[in-house]
Design a protein around this ligand. Structure first.
Ligand code: ACM
Length: 542
């Protein structure tokens, strides 16, 4: 494998004459701060090569040395990887940099290095002579997994983190709650999972489809599962950002605790966990009881997730029930607000202050701009670039994840053979040409773009294989957009990326990733009768 085939592409590569061959006698010398990477190397390369990589070092020619190089030019996530006949030296600007360098090292060993046990006895594991110097473009290189619409059992989450790490992605945004399911155990409110984690049946395809899967669906993560997910992430220098979506997308919570809903407008005791898709009118009531209830939820969330950012959703909250609710209207009056949008802003601002008082920061979908943005809030810009531009101009931090480019539940080709053709066509090339920083921003404003995130909503991805089909190969292109210093979209070498993908598909094969094959028979054919949402024409940039 050569350094020209790395994905995501590194900043700089220099070829050296002599490489390095791993063997029984190869040692691993792990300096302070590199222990997690040493564990990872022993677990992955150790398993596939059969070499134990014991600690040690000193004698030239047989040692992989890991070290953190403080305050160097690399930056906390940058690394310098040197391979020659004297051994391997991997220096990171911080512990994370060493870990990302180890990902490069595995790619350089060849696709077979992505297997979990040796395949060919006596195989030589040779690294090419090379110096790779690399730093990421963005500090937030995210993937959203929607574990609410379809539950992804814990193993699937852990596996996706392995796959993320291989692509140098470092933020896992877990969408844990929605109308269709509540997926995290909250000890003080057990009904959230006892009732809220299960639905009786599920709509197949678009909400207008006549088809149902009549089997019950559900599941949730216990608090120990969450601790395990967070610890597994930390070993891989991934931050897990939890999302508890309020005040919309809350029917599962209201089904569990009917008093959370607008009880003066509808009979909330009749609500069940939602079994279909779309924007749901049954939103939280803006009462002290609701605020207090969710403070309790967030207290447990903060105990479990060390992430600085806590996502509170804030998207797609229809205001119709608030318009009809005497309680909501009284609150608007009492607070002197102009209307329902400001009531939502008040709701979000409450949690902005509450999180800030506990040393955390609120992030929400771009609807939180409507009615006034809470002072410390950051924004996930999903309805195009507009929300992100407005937020950055007002001095707020932004994660760019416009649905026009990086909603990976959208189909990846035109035609009839995509499994459920939700949304617009987003090809591999579309994702490769996605630019996270809009040109309207000045340099100063652009500093507020923390990075970018690909979002996989799960209405139509009912299991792990479907998740991987939607993610890949597009997540590889996204990873390069997030990590590499690519030129402006029109100047990007997509043909060159596709050539490098030939090697990358072999890595994904060895990892067992169920990607969409670039040609030939595809495992997912549309089931007759399943309705998608095939939208053609240029995507709107709202
Ligand atoms: C979203 O897609 N509703 C954030």
């Amino acid at each position: 494998m050569t350094a020209e085939e790395l994905i995501p592409a590194p900043r700089a590569v220099r070829t050296l004459a002599a490489g390095f061959t791993l063997g029984e006698d190869t040692l691993l010398a792990a300096g302070p701060g590199t222990e997690a990477t040493a564990r990872w190397l022993r677990a992955t390369l150790g398993a596939v090569t059969g070499y134990a990589l014991p600690p040690g070092g000193g004698r030239d020619g047989r040692t992989i040395r890991l070290a953190v190089e403080d305050a160097g030019p690399l930056g906390p996530e940058g690394y310098r990887l040197t391979v020659d006949d004297a051994g391997v030296t991997l220096h990171g600007g911080g512990p994370a940099g060493v870990f990302w360098g180890a990902q490069t090292l595995r790619q350089l060993l060849g696709p077979e290095a992505f297997r979990r046990a040796p395949v060919t006895p006596g195989r030589r594991w040779t690294l090419p002579g090379v110096v790779v110097e690399d730093t990421p473009r963005f500090g937030w290189r995210g993937l959203l997994l929607d574990v609410a619409r379809h539950f992804l059992p814990k193993d699937g989450v852990l596996r996706q983190m392995d796959v993320m790490a291989a692509h140098k992605l470092n933020v896992l945004h877990l969408h844990l709650t929605d109308d269709q399911g509540w997926r995290i155990e909250i000890e003080r409110h057990p009904e959230l999972t006892e009732t809220g984690a299960w639905r009786a049946r599920t709509k197949l395809g678009h909400r207008a489809s006549p088809l149902w899967d009549e089997r019950p669906h559900g599941g949730y993560y216990t608090q120990d599962d969450i601790r395990e997910i967070v610890a597994y992430a930390a070993e891989r220098h991934i931050t897990v950002v939890p999302e508890i979506d309020v005040p919309g997308h809350s029917q599962a919570a209201i089904a569990a605790y009917p008093e959370l809903g607008n009880t003066d407008v509808i009979d909330t005791t009749a609500l069940t966990v939602w079994d279909t898709w779309g924007i749901n009118p049954n939103v939280l009531a803006p009462t002290d009881n609701t605020l207090h209830f969710y403070e309790g939820v967030f207290e447990e969330v903060l105990e479990l997730f060390p992430s600085l950012f806590i996502h509170v959703g804030g998207d797609e909250c229809p205001k119709d029930q608030w318009r009809r609710s005497a309680t909501a209207q009284a609150r608007i009056k009492e607070l002197g607000l102009a209307g329902e949008d400001e009531l939502q802003a008040w709701f979000i601002a409450h949690f902005d202050r509450w999180l800030a008082a506990r040393g955390r920061r609120l992030i929400g979908w771009d609807e939180i701009l409507e009615g006034g943005l809470a002072p410390g809030a950051a924004v996930s810009s999903w309805r195009g670039y507009g929300g992100g531009i407005a937020a950055a101009r007002a001095g707020h931090d932004v994660v760019m994840c416009p649905e026009q480019y990086v909603y990976l539940d959208h189909r990846q080709a035109a035609g009839e053979d995509e499994p459920v053709p939700i949304g617009f066509v987003r090809t591999l090339e579309d994702v490769y040409r996605f630019e996270p920083v809009p040109e309207q921003l000045t340099e100063d404003e652009a500093r507020h773009v923390l990075g970018t995130q690909a979002n996989l909503w799960s209405e139509v991805t009912e299991d792990q294989q479907r998740v991987e089909y939607q993610l890949f190969p597009r997540l590889a292109a996204f990873a390069e957009v997030a990590w590499s210093a690519l030129p402006v979209p029109a100047a990007r070498d997509f043909a060159g990326f596709e050539r490098r993908m030939a090697a990358h598909y072999r890595r994904l094969d060895a990892l067992g990733v169920a990607y969409r094959p670039p040609a030939g028979p595809r495992p997912w054919q549309r089931r007759p009768g399943i309705l998608g949402r095939p939208l053609d024409g240029p995507p709107p940039d709202r």
